[in-house]
Design a protein around this ligand. Structure first.
Ligand code: ADE
Length: 248
């Protein structure tokens, strides 16, 4: 049986999806609540990753070990790092790096010890599906109310820090660039879920809407965006992705 997990970091990002879930059934594991049910014709589990890499890794592991998920999608918000990644844009991850992983000088900065690499690729097919779903959604939204939001696809950096100062964001981007990584956005969970999925051989992809610019007013923009916009984006993009998956 195929079962898709849909992870969100926060309850506000999840509530729209939960409202659409058919035959919802709540299961508890690892101190977490998981919602099993049907969404757009697929057997799914909705879960909150919680915040930060360890919490997200525990959630992903519980989904794979106890709930037999065969694919994981992550939907949430992120801070824009690259200059052209603006609030309201969408970033679909092609890959992830942990920006706070530094075992140098034993291993190169950002490299995952014993994995021989810093960058973890997302599943090509799922990532392409999310990209198409995000583009379709923004095209439809801007036909109704013209806006110039864009969909990007590339590297996302994850770490256990809410980046809320322009100086931090510039330093982070430069440090990654020095190691050859051009990150589009920053968040706190994706790379951890990508690592668990690599270990278990479970296909994984992620889509993040940009809630803030990881600058001095990031905390204000983040709170407003999560309250007012995040859930609609999650519902629309995941809904489209699941419908595209049915047609494949
Ligand atoms: N998620 C959304 N905005 C973020 C930021 N500025 N830093 C880390 N995670 C985020």
């Amino acid at each position: 049986m195929s079962r898709i997990a849909i992870l969100s970091a926060l309850a506000q990002e999840q509530h729209g999806l939960l409202a659409l879930l058919l035959q919802p059934q709540k299961v508890q594991r690892a101190g977490r609540e998981f919602w099993l049910g049907d969404l757009h014709g697929h057997s799914v589990v909705l879960a909150l990753s919680r915040i930060g890499k360890v919490a997200a890794a525990t959630t992903a592991t519980a989904l794979i070990e106890h709930l037999a998920v065969t694919r994981i999608l992550f939907t949430g918000v992120a801070g824009g790092l690259a200059p052209d990644v603006q609030v309201g844009d969408v970033v679909v991850a092609s890959s992830f790096v942990q920006h706070d992983l530094d075992a140098s000088p034993i291993f190169p900065r950002f490299e995952l010890p014993l994995y021989g690499r810093a960058v973890l690729a997302c599943d090509e097919i799922l990532s392409a599906l999310l990209f198409q779903a995000a583009r379709d959604h923004l095209a439809e939204a801007s036909a109704a109310a013209p806006a110039r939001h864009r969909v990007h696809r590339g590297l996302i950096a994850s770490g256990d820090r809410f980046v809320s100062a322009q100086a931090q964001s510039v330093a982070l981007r430069r440090a990654l660039q020095r190691a050859g990584h051009e990150a589009l956005a920053v968040e706190m969970e994706g790379a951890a879920v990508a690592q668990v999925c690599l270990d278990y051989g479970v296909p994984f992809a992620a889509v993040r809407t940009i809630s803030d610019r990881a600058d001095d007013q990031a905390h204000l923009d983040f709170a407003t965006f999560v309250r007012e916009v995040a859930s609609q984006y999650a519902c629309a993009i995941i809904g489209r992705a699941l419908r595209l998956l049915s047609n494949k």
